[in-house]
Design a protein around this ligand. Structure first.
Ligand SMILES: [Mn+2]
Length: 158
């Protein structure tokens, strides 16, 4: 299965619309927070299952801050990142993923892409699709087969 991963769209849904139109075979969409009304736009328009968590700028929702989902046989830990101190380091993120039996931790918040494996946990931040901190807007694609996650950050579409 293949999932498109977005974060920190901050009120601009056009990059997500463009990305979803450009990538084939997407089965699900993940949004890692900031901001929640963009998630509602996804839910109403993309026609795919949407998994989402709240960001630090999302105040008026009952959506969870952190979520564990199982996709393609892999357990994924989803959070925006501010609750796990991702601006300072990845220790909290790795510990939380391990405690939940997850092999991947997906996060956002820093508006900077991350795609690496640390201590057996895939750390994946798709960056921001509308407000990149450095360089181009980005989003992510996860390709999961039999519990194994392939990941890529895309910066050539938006
Ligand atoms: Mn944030």
């Amino acid at each position: 299965m293949r999932a498109a991963v977005f974060s920190d769209s901050h009120g601009d849904v056009r990059p997500m619309e463009k990305a979803l139109a450009a990538v084939n075979g997407i089965d699900a969409v993940i949004h890692l927070g900031d901001i929640e009304r963009d998630v509602r736009w996804l839910e109403q328009n993309c026609g795919l299952p949407v998994y989402a968590v709240l960001g630090n700028n999302d105040f008026f929702s009952s959506r969870p801050c952190e979520l564990t989902v199982e996709l393609g046989g892999a357990r994924l830990f989803l959070c925006h990142g501010h609750t796990r101190g991702v601006s300072r380091g990845t220790e909290g993120l790795i510990a939380a993923a391990k405690a939940r039996g997850c092999t991947a931790a997906l996060f956002g918040h820093t508006h900077t892409p991350v795609d690496r494996t640390e201590d057996g946990i895939l750390l994946f931040n798709p960056g921001s699709c509308s407000r990149p901190r450095n360089g181009r807007p980005t989003f992510g694609i996860l390709e999961i087969e039999s519990g194994v996650c392939g990941s890529v950050v895309v910066d050539w579409i938006l």
